[in-house]
Design a binder for this molecule. Structure first.
Ligand code: FES
Length: 567
């Protein structure tokens, strides 16, 4: 029988009995009895950090998980991991997602853990923890932070962080003054929890629940609700049951489960970032997710959820309206129902309960009367994006979806910052703003800079949207006609790096085309004249990142962290 509890993963001294004796004696130094130390161990990966406001309540959340583990007969042992607070990291949290995944995987593999509870929420944390747990192969269950509540400003509802951008845009247009923006700044994030819209954090929580790695209903309970603690306690209990069933992440997160997640992503109008995270997570399990599959699902998946950034509601409204369960019930005929979940039941069994559509609410629509007939995210290809690019159609201005325009190019983030608001910038509302060298390697870390600001002189004249194209990402809380994740990126020689100000670009969403209207001979000449890329970093994590990070369409994971057959 395989070792369990403290006998798991013994330290190597060349004498196993000595190693166990030493470990037990040191564990007793922490005050545990023999009875406690004989129990199976549930490791709780605690991502609390004073540099992560979204996880401010995690001490309480972890206490609740521990209660559940004790009740079910396990020994809960929490340990810290890297935490990624979205707005506290430079150059961007995405640069560190793979580092966090490495940390999680290594510590799950190294320590004596029979199962793990993954506590995460802020954008990259759940993807990183799931990636690590998938690779480690130990039974695992995720507990999300839950969304923040909203607040108010002069009678208007405020929530992070779509309203952060909306008010900042008003400030840039001189519609509100410095004093007002400071008052708003104090009201945007009023409680612990993740951003209160269908941004990346909420999207990923919904997708992790869809994948079967979270307790049903666990994605949307607000962070400060008592139900959030009860959900954590129940998850602790389930972690102990997972030890008995030996149900691993690979048995739950199968290809059909990922197809369900892609479909739900379309239906909830979720964040574009989720495509990268799902691709990376699937890759850990040897499953290649193709962008074209996402696009095909768009054609048969209605958009059902009307939340910001594209709609009107907030996550607390979504939760009160029934949350993900309603979405899954409405999508039921389109889902794979035989996939397993951490509960031990299949998705079909979980949904096989009495259900009536909650017609009293507005934020979730029935499949018979959707918000939009087709999915929110589409994939573009063409000579400007041979390996694909993403556009969130539901967040775009319809009049801009079929258009050709003159490129106004910024060759780096520094160039963008230096020139975008310059009064002499030659730009009109019909131009396409193009940002180069902001991809996985060029950024580095794909900063959320794809939502290029409208040049100030246009913004103050009332322009609110333009076509923007880049190899960067966009915050899940942002909106606009924004083409993202162009692959291959400019920094590795992708055609995006060959665009020059004055070129014509055509965007044709119906045909899924993104075309740089420049003759191939001219592009070849520009390619030949490109300067050599800067030398790779030789120090620390940046050196590892630059040598191994893959392109956006492959999930931007490290190439040595998924099975070779899908490389
Ligand atoms: Fe943490 Fe938005 S800043 S989820």
């Amino acid at each position: 029988m395989a070792a369990h509890g403290l006998a798991n993963n013994l330290t190597e001294y060349g004498d196993k009995e000595f190693a166990l004796y030493l470990r037990r004696s040191f564990a007793k130094a922490m005050g545990f009895s023999n009875e406690a130390l004989d129990k199976p161990i549930v490791g709780i990966l605690n991502t609390y950090s004073e540099l992560n406001n979204c996880h401010r309540h995690f001490p309480q959340l972890v206490d609740a998980i521990k209660r559940g583990v004790w009740q079910a007969g396990g020994l809960p042992l929490e340990f810290p991991t890297i935490s990624l607070g979205e707005v506290f990291l430079s150059p961007t949290s995405m640069f560190y997602r793979n580092l966090m995944a490495l940390d999680a995987e290594a510590m799950i593999r190294a320590q004596p853990l029979d199962a793990v509870v993954l506590t995460g929420g802020c954008d990259k944390t759940l993807p990183a923890l799931l990636m690590g747990a998938a690779s480690a192969g130990v039974p695992a269950i995720a507990v999300a932070a839950g969304p923040m509540l909203t607040s108010q400003f002069e009678g208007e509802r405020l929530g992070a962080c779509t309203d952060c951008r909306r008010f900042w845009a008003r400030f840039r247009r001189n519609e509100i003054d410095q004093e007002t923006i400071q008052v708003v700044e104090g009201q945007l994030a009023p409680t612990p929890g993740t951003c209160s819209v269908m941004g990346t954090a909420s999207t990923m929580a919904c997708l992790v629940e869809t994948l079967g790695m979270m307790l049903p209903g666990g994605a949307s309970i607000p962070a400060v609700y008592a139900d959030r603690m009860r959900c954590a306690e129940e998850s602790g209990k389930l972690a102990v049951q997972l030890i008995q069933s030996q149900l691993t992440p690979a048995q739950i997160m199968t290809r059909p489960a990922f197809e369900n997640a892609l479909r739900v992503l379309q239906a909830i109008g979720g964040s574009t970032n989720a495509v990268i995270h799902l691709t990376a997570l699937a890759g850990r399990l040897g499953i290649r997710l193709e962008l074209d599959q996402l696009d095909q699902l768009a054609a048969s998946t209605p958009v059902l959820v009307d939340l910001k950034p594209t709609g009107v509601g907030y996550m607390e409204d979504f939760h009160r309206s029934g949350g993900l369960r309603v979405v899954l019930q409405e999508l039921k005929p389109l889902l794979h129902l035989d996939v397993r979940t951490v509960t031990g039941q299949t998705l079909g069994q979980l949904l096989d309960t009495p259900y009536t559509f909650p017609s009293w609410q507005q934020v979730i629509r029935p499949a018979t009367a959707p918000l939009q007939a087709e999915g929110a995210l589409i994939v573009l290809r063409g000579n400007l994006a041979p390996d694909g690019a993403l556009l969130k159609r539901s967040a775009a201005t319809p009049a801009l979806l079929h258009k050709s325009g003159r490129a106004v190019v910024f060759n780096s983030l520094a160039d963008l910052a230096a020139r975008i608001d310059h009064p002499d910038l030659d730009v009109t509302p019909d131009d396409f703003l193009v940002l180069q060298n902001a991809g996985p390697l060029g950024g580095p870390g794909m900063p959320e800079a794809g939502y290029l600001p409208i040049p100030k002189k246009l913004a103050t004249a009332g322009v609110t949207d333009m076509v923007r194209i880049s190899d960067a990402r966009m915050s899940g809380t942002a909106f606009g006609t924004v083409v993202l994740h162009v692959a291959p990126e400019a920094a590795v020689g992708g055609p995006l790096g060959l665009v020059r100000t004055g070129d014509r670009i055509e965007l044709d969403v119906d045909a899924r085309r993104l075309t740089l209207q420049v003759p191939e001979e001219e592009l070849a000449a520009r390619r030949a004249a490109q300067p050599l890329p800067p030398p790779l970093a030789t120090y620390g994590y940046a050196a590892l990142y630059q040598r191994h990070c893959e392109q956006a369409n492959l999930g931007a994971d490290f190439d040595f962290l998924h099975p070779p057959e899908i490389r």
